[in-house]
Design a protein around this ligand. Sequence first.
Ligand code: KG4
Ligand code: ZN
Length: 347
Amino acid sequence: TKTLTILGLESSCDDTAAAVVRQPEGARPEILSSVVFGQTELHSAFGGVVPEIAARAHAEKLDICVRDALADSGLALKDMDAVAVTAGPGLIGGVMSGVMCAKGIAAATGLPLVGVNHLAGHALTPRLTDGTAYPYLMLLVSGGHCQYLLVRGPEDFTRLGGTIDDAPGEAFDKTARLLGLPQPGGPAVQAEAESGDPERFRFPRPLLDRPDCNLSFSGLKTALMRMRDQIAAEKGGLTRQDRADLCAGFQAAVVDTLAEKTRRAIRLYLEEQPARPTVAVAGGVAANTAIRTALEIVCAEAGAAFTAPPLRLCTDNAAMIAYAGLERFKSGARDELDLTARPRWPL
Ligand code: KG4
Ligand code: ZN
């Protein structure tokens, strides 16, 4: 029997990460190490991720991440079966840094190289954490993406619907920016919303009049701006409570929209796969506890199983890249040293 051990690298946005994942044949995969260097402080003064700063920080940190991930796993490069790396989609400078680092390792050691789609990394995470079997319905919600996927295999994804404009994470980040809260906006808005009244401000629930599972989040920003400016015009500024109420109202709109569209995605999924569905959620926004709770309720009502990775595996990490690489490698996929970084790469 063959045990596969994969080193994974991730550098497509503002986290530099390396991890080692191992799977003995016929057994569940295991995360031997997972190192993440966040760049939040580097970008905080700019109100968002600055691609040049991100790329330079990735280039500086990748070697250290790899060294630490190997040390934490108690293994060395010679114990790896392959090196997997995010080859896109993402900020091109960062993706290139990771791809070049992985190529360097592959060239120096002779290890096979496996390029991984970052979105596939998120989408396969429930298999890593819960052993979720194919097929399943994946709601991928992050800072750059929002889609419902029917997942049938490591490279077999059917898009059932998704956002027609902003991703929900983007909406959380913009909301934070408009209210003077720190980036990334998701955790900050969630924390404010906890002491807010979700009923005071009524945000729109876009596209609920349509029967499909497409979503739209760009209208929330416009609504928020209008409400904020109206309060400011009436009272000369926002109080702490105003801000909390705006966050709560905004979050409630995102929660309601995702809940209702998930009901419809389950219906669409059942047309393709008429068996009790498993609904999995992944991506940075899946760290939101209000969203997780709402989806759990929707699934219970629809008779579907629900699974969500632990929070640290919802946001960007390299364990998901190592695991997606492991699945690709197992199915025979290999990349050559001409593997290129792709800023855009739909699943
Ligand atoms: O998946 P991810 O780490 O990066 C990519 O976009 O690929 O997701 C980051 C996004 C950010 O927009 C961040 O604000 C959002 O996930 N996020 C959250 C929460 N934690 C992170 N959004 C809502 N609630 C949270 N608790
Ligand atoms: Zn991501």
